[in-house]
Design a protein around this ligand. Structure first.
Ligand SMILES: [Fe+2]
Ligand SMILES: [Fe+2]
Length: 357
């Protein structure tokens, strides 16, 4: 990890205190410890400094006119790009309520008054180093997450490519899934999970022979049995992954052909036993399949597809999801129109989508 943490030669510390006689020894002690120092007289002045000068650490008093240390800390924490800026509040050791309040406001740490000037440099350097380690870890984690997401997305594209469908299909169905998720009150976090996991619903089709997958006519019973295994194959591909994203994708791959009445596959799960994300993707996937042209069928109109989905409420689909779908139909249609298929073949469209991304 050490190589990730760039040591700063002269880190900039912003001291915030309304009393000059407090700032003065603080400045001297920090400068002696090789820090560069900025000074502000209250929270509001400090906030202006932070936006302009981007100090490496803020060391603030709590009780100040205009904006106190807690408010300053909260203001900083409301800015995403300042999430890792270390903020240290100076409180009295016996003032436990203030210490508690400092942590609630998002302070990185606190130092107790009276401040020991000889030790302040060590303390600040230690806090700075811990914060930079945390930031390096967070950066590395988000880079890993992005790489994993990208691989997984491309796996989804690859599966759809084999299926002769256009790249637009997974784009549309995953957005329908998000709209449905939002309509039934899923959190923003879960909606994002859906957006990223839904594209992998048919990833198991990678393991289905071309003679079945690409057959233009109706499948025989045996062929259909093989086709159904794409759910379990997808599950195997995505299993034993600790990340929540792939865990969600795993559930979706397994459950997106289950039916509310228990007559789906691969397990014949019923109602709430079917993972919710799978139920959502099932409806989103079927609506897109119905309204899209496929080698074996023409595209249905939205009205026809809506009629079919309503008819299947309580049999194929979760009735609550069908109702939500009907409620948000205008938004669904907007997505459909924004990502309509072109006359290109699936492979051309896929190649273009990959190039354009
Ligand atoms: Fe499928
Ligand atoms: Fe699909």
């Amino acid at each position: 990890m050490n190589e990730l943490i760039e040591e700063l030669a002269n880190p900039v510390v912003l001291i915030v205190d309304d009393e000059f006689l407090q700032r003065l020894p603080m400045r001297e002690a920090l400068e002696q410890a090789s820090f560069r120092v900025l000074e502000a007289e209250d929270g509001r002045q400090a906030w202006a400094f932070i936006q302009r000068e981007r100090p490496d650490l803020v060391l603030s008093d709590v009780v100040m006119p205009r904006m106190d240390g807690f408010s300053l800390c909260e203001t900083i924490r409301h800015q995403d790009e300042l999430a890792h800026l270390p903020v240290v509040l100076a409180t009295s050791l016996d003032d436990v309520a203030s210490i508690e309040r400092a942590y609630q406001a998002g302070a990185t740490d606190f130092i107790t008054k009276p401040i020991h000037w000889g030790l302040i440099g060590h303390r600040v350097r230690y806090i700075l180093r811990s914060a930079r380690t945390a930031q390096a870890l967070a950066d590395r984690e988000s880079a890993l997450l992005r790489a994993r997401l990208e691989i997984v997305r491309r796996l989804g594209w690859a599966a759809e490519y084999r299926d002769n469908e256009t790249g637009q299909h997974i784009l549309r169905m995953s957005q329908y899934a998000v709209l449905l998720g939002r309509a039934i009150g899923l959190s923003a976090h879960d909606q994002e999970l859906l957006l990223n996991a839904a594209p992998m619903h048919d990833v198991g089709k990678i393991g289905i022979p071309d003679s079945i997958l690409l057959k233009p006519g109706k499948l025989t019973t045996d062929e259909f049995s093989v086709m159904q295994t794409h759910t379990v194959l997808g599950g195997k591909l995505l299993d034993e992954e600790p990340s929540l994203l792939l865990r969600t994708a795993y559930l979706i791959a397994l459950a997106h052909h289950e039916r509310w009445d228990g007559k789906g596959y691969p397990f014949g799960l019923e109602q709430d036993d079917i993972p919710l994300m799978g139920r959502i993707c099932s409806l989103a996937d079927v609506f897109d399949a119905l309204t899209s042209k496929r080698p074996y069928k023409e595209a249905w109109s939205v009205a026809q597809a809506v009629e079919e989905i309503s008819r299947c409420s309580g049999t194929a689909f979760d009735p609550r999801l069908v109702q939500a779908f009907l409620d948000i139909l205008p938004e669904i249609v907007q997505v459909k129109e924004a990502h309509a298929d072109t006359e290109q073949t699936g492979s051309e469209s896929l190649a273009q989508s990959l190039l354009l991304r």
